[in-house]
Design a protein around this ligand. Structure first.
Ligand code: UDP
Ligand code: MN
Length: 244
């Protein structure tokens, strides 16, 4: 029996949402069994269109909501802590419902090679691996010399102890459960670093290096081009649809 895999996906309402979730659902449908998809929407209520995508997938899922606190949502300048309340809700769910296995933060817009899900399943503490299409540097990854971790390669180190992307690591559930205070901070740019620091005691040299010693890219930080606001009501006039 394979160790359970918990995939935490933050999502939020925008014209691209259903397309992103449809594509991710199709990826996860190809992952061997014992996967639970935790989909958490940054919203005050659930959306039937999202639920429909999840149902159609026939995956084991839990659909929850976790709005971004208004103080951040209403901010007009500077970056926002995107997906943080969602991921913390997923972590809470795992604390209440899981005992073994591995958790992975899979944003709704990234691209995942199926090999990634085999690789991370046996994580004992925290595993790490390269993420493609990150900043001008092209990739974010642990640096590995003779099979040993020696530092982080990232377009922006920013004084971080763990200079990694959200998609570049997985965590053992048992390891997390032994650290009851671990959570993600509402700190744009430092979400990964803050979360990984909260897993103390844990040092960068303790990471498990995956993706063939970080020589392969199995996940890409793809970003969907925004077309601007759509005009669904125009269409409704013609076909009486409830498209968002
Ligand atoms: N997200 C969210 N609320 C927001 C913005 C983003 O829940 O207000 C989610 C989004 O669906 C994604 C994750 O947080 O799964 C990261 O957001 P995004 O992909 O926009 O960030 P980027 O990849 O550009 O850093
Ligand atoms: Mn993204």
């Amino acid at each position: 029996e394979l160790p359970p895999l918990y995939i935490i996906t933050p999502t939020y309402r925008r014209p691209e949402q259903i397309a992103e979730l449809t594509r991710l659902s199709h990826t996860l449908m190809l992952v061997p069994p014992n996967l639970t998809w935790l989909v958490i929407e940054d919203a005050y209520q659930t959306n039937d269109l999202v639920e429909e995508v999840l149902k159609k997938s026939s995956l084991k899922y839990h659909y929850m909501i976790a709005p971004m606190p208004a103080q951040y949502k209403n901010k007009t300048k500077g970056p926002k802590p995107r997906g943080v309340s969602n991921r913390n809700k997923g972590i809470e769910w795992i604390r209440e419902n899981a005992k073994t296995g591995v958790l992975y933060f899979a944003d709704d817009d990234n691209t995942y090679d199926l090999e990634l899900f085999n690789d991370i399943r046996y994580t004992k503490r925290v595993s790490m691996f390269p993420v493609g299409l990150i900043t001008k540097a092209g990739v974010s990854s642990p640096i590995v010399k003779n099979g040993v971790f020696t530092g982080f390669y990232d377009g922006w180190i920013g004084g971080r102890k763990f200079a990694v992307d959200m998609a570049g690591f997985a965590v053992s559930v048992e390891f997390l459960l032994k650290r009851p205070k671990a959570k993600m901070p509402f700190k744009p740019g430092f979400e990964e670093d803050g979360f990984l620091k909260s897993l103390s005691p844990f040092e960068p040299r303790n990471v498990e290096l995956l993706a063939s010693n970080c020589t392969k890219i199995l996940v890409w930080h793809t970003q969907t081009k925004k077309n601007g606001p759509s005009l669904p009501l125009d269409m409704a006039k013609h076909n009486n649809t409830n498209l968002v």
